[in-house]
Write a protein that binds this ligand. Structure first.
Ligand SMILES: [Zn+2]
Ligand SMILES: [Zn+2]
Length: 441
């Protein structure tokens, strides 16, 4: 399988003399299978030059699959400039996460309204299909492709491509689920030693990959000021990849404020760290024009998706109960979730929440940890000891980011554990991921 990077910048295109080596175009990676199928991962501004290259090749008509991780600008701004779309006879299949409120088609059409662009989406002459994805496994371009949610303030999917005897995993726009990566009572560096369930799921998703392309927008020094923005440090990407037995790691989504010199320093630091991890992980910072041939060196390990209650629940109106004893916070969360078109009810303490759940079981409970009287942990324990609510998804909100609290939360049976401060878009996407995985039909 062949991989070529056409855009490695995060957030906004950053052309100029300071970014000549690593490149200024936003996210776009071309994957070509041994049988010649084209898959394009993200459609940032890098997609314009890729489009020109595709048009100059002998292959006519052009048939491509575009997999968009999410629809923030830096991942779709190249789409209106993707020239194969303007040629009748070409076919383009687009895949991306369903966002809850609007379909992939409507979001892409939105950025091409006449106010923003001279040609509207439905005027494009190529045959275009739109495929809203949730978590799960599909066959696209002859490859087995698994999709799994990332932690980002928008519904965002990571993709694991399996085929030609190799595994390539694309994980861009993702933030660690927890400040602490390892449990204190376990040896660091192993998937089983990861503290937060979300980070463990993320590591399992990249397990045994020949190439992982991972968000590494920040240094560990920069990260605290950028928390909840939905991006990783190189440190997290390296440690996770090493634990997951990854062969090669490409760091990407470079910060617009990082010039070539700074990114090269990140590469040095990442390599030193990878050497310390001692697993033989090869790490580099992806640059525009970088081309790799990924060839098999071992038997491919197919991804086995974790069991989930309801894999496909698109466009369903879910009922969410929010429990918090702080009226301001309760109102803000209620509003944020109503904007996502959930049916939201609220309770201001634990006993009231349990009474409401007993009379009607919601699809998910958003529960504050620290409440006067009965706290969130006691509510979770009560829910888990009742047969009807044993598997009701519970998303716990907490300021307690220390390891014992996180472990106690998961041990009590919380489904996800979101630490404060969080952003409301981030909370909304964690709620959605939880419902898509575990929501009742
Ligand atoms: Zn991005
Ligand atoms: Zn984003």
């Amino acid at each position: 399988m062949k991989v070529r990077f056409w855009g490695t910048r995060g957030s906004i295109a950053t052309p100029g003399p300071d970014t000549i080596h690593f490149g200024g175009n936003t996210s776009c990676v071309e994957v070509t299978t041994n049988s010649g199928a084209h898959l394009i991962l993200d459609c940032g501004t890098g997609a314009r030059r890729l489009a020109g290259d595709l048009m100059s090749r002998d292959e006519k008509p052009i048939s491509v699959n575009i997999l968009v991780g999410h629809t923030h600008w830096d991942h779709i701004q190249g789409f209106p400039f993707f020239s194969p779309l303007f040629v009748p006879g070409n076919s383009v299949a687009i895949y991306g996460p369903e966002g809850g409120r609007r379909s992939l088609h409507d979001v892409l059409a939105g950025q091409m309204e006449f106010t923003y662009f001279p040609v509207e989406l439905n005027q494009l002459p190529a045959a275009i299909t739109y495929n809203d994805l949730s978590e799960g496994i599909q066959t696209i371009g002859g490859l087995r492709i698994a999709a799994q949610y990332l932690n980002h303030p928008a519904m965002t999917l990571g993709y694991r491509l399996e085929g030609d005897g190799v595994v390539i995993v694309y994980l861009v726009d993702h933030e660690p689920f927890s400040d602490r990566l390892w449990r204190a009572d376990a040896e660091p560096g192993h998937i089983a030693s990861i503290l937060h369930d979300g980070d463990r799921r993320h590591a399992n998703f990249m397990a045994g990959a020949d190439l992982v392309i991972h968000d590494a927008q920040y240094t560990p020094e920069e990260y605290p000021a950028k928390k909840t923005w939905g991006h990783s440090t190189y440190d997290y990407a390296v440690r996770m990849s090493a634990a997951a037995g990854v062969r090669r790691l490409a760091l990407t989504h470079h910060d617009p404020d990082h010039n070539d010199h700074f990114v090269a320093e990140i590469e040095d630091r990442a390599r030193t760290l990878a050497t310390q991890c001692g697993t033989g992980l090869d790490v580099f910072c992806a640059y525009e024009g970088c081309e790799l041939l990924v060839e098999p060196v071992k038997v491919l390990t197919p991804f086995v998706a974790p069991a989930s209650g309801q894999p496909n629940v698109l466009h369903q109106r879910f009922r969410v109960l929010v429990v918090d004893d702080q009226p301001d916070m309760l109102a803000l969360i209620e509003r944020a979730l109503q904007d996502e078109e959930y049916i939201v009810t609220t309770a201001s303490n634990g006993p009231e929440a349990l009474r409401m759940i007993a009379s009607q079981i919601p699809d998910l409970v958003v529960l504050d940890y620290k409440m006067a009287g009965m706290d969130g942990m006691a509510v979770t324990t009560a829910l888990r000891s009742t047969p009807e609510t044993k598997s009701l998804p519970v998303l716990m909100l907490t300021t307690k980011t220390d390891e014992p609290s996180t472990r106690a939360g998961f041990a009590a049976g919380v489904t996800d554990y979101v630490t404060k401060p969080f952003s409301f878009p981030q909370l909304a996407s964690r709620v959605r991921a939880c419902l898509n995985r575990h929501g009742s039909p």
